[in-house]
Design a protein around this ligand. Structure first.
Ligand SMILES: CC(C)(COP(=O)(O)OP(=O)(O)OC[C@H]1O[C@@H](n2cnc3c(N)ncnc32)[C@H](O)[C@@H]1OP(=O)(O)O)[C@@H](O)C(=O)NCCC(=O)NCCS
Length: 179
């Protein structure tokens, strides 16, 4: 899978091996993973394994996170993308993680809207889903500002830090989409 999405301020494109340092900045920032089913790592080796698995998925025509850059400066600001594609039912799951110094600028909303547009208009996807851990207020806001509807609350869905947490399930279907 090799999609490139450009919005007014952002470019989303496949990771390359050149982004290892950037990936490690993201993976080692505890603030990024606070409301996530994943945990931060201090080991560069873990970040390398992650990046290699993403590149392997691209090679096997599977989708995964892609690298997100500012158009003006080329700075890496995080990752976003289609994480899985259910071919039979024509639905996808999306995700996004930004380095915390770039939060609060509307970037996540901008790229999710870009992914939605591309998914419905170009890929002819029927339904897009996203999951958000309880407490992640800003992520829920991103989805709601982008047109997602909260469809459910998955109780005790994930076991993190010795406790079960609830996860919100969001969806947007083609009929909800307004260009
Ligand atoms: C979630 C995340 C991607 C949001 O990125 P972002 O670029 O800051 O998002 P945006 O600026 O597009 O929108 C965030 C919204 O949440 C709001 N917000 C942020 N913190 C908030 C809080 N504690 N309470 C209420 N609203 C909050 C912002 O004000 C903004 O809304 P507004 O535009 O109406 O003012 C970013 O915080 C992040 O990467 N977090 C860590 C990883 C993560 O949680 N990923 C998502 C997993 S589901």
């Amino acid at each position: 899978m090799n999609i490139k999405i450009e919005t007014q301020r952002l470019i989303l494109k496949n990771y390359t091996e050149n982004e290892l340092e950037d990936v490690h900045k993201l993976k080692s920032d505890p603030m990024v993973w606070k409301f996530s089913t994943k945990i931060a790592t201090t080991k560069m080796g873990d970040s390398k394994i992650y990046l290699q698995s993403v590149l392997k998925n691209y090679n096997e025509s599977k989708c995964d996170f892609q690298a997100l850059f500012l158009r003006d400066t080329g700075e890496y600001i995080g990752e976003a993308g289609v994480l899985s594609f259910n071919n039979q039912n024509n639905r996808t799951i999306v995700g996004y993680n930004l380095l915390h110094r770039y939060w609060g600028n509307g970037y996540a909303t901008e790229i999710i809207k870009g992914i939605i547009k591309h998914s419905f208009e170009v890929e002819k996807v029927e339904r897009i889903e996203a999951l958000v851990c309880d407490g992640n207020v800003s992520s829920r806001k991103v989805l709601e500002k982008s047109g997602f509807i909260q469809e459910g609350l998955l109780r005790n869905f994930a076991y993190i830090d010795n406790r079960y947490i609830n996860v919100y399930y969001y969806g947007i279907i083609k009929d909800d989409y307004i260009e």
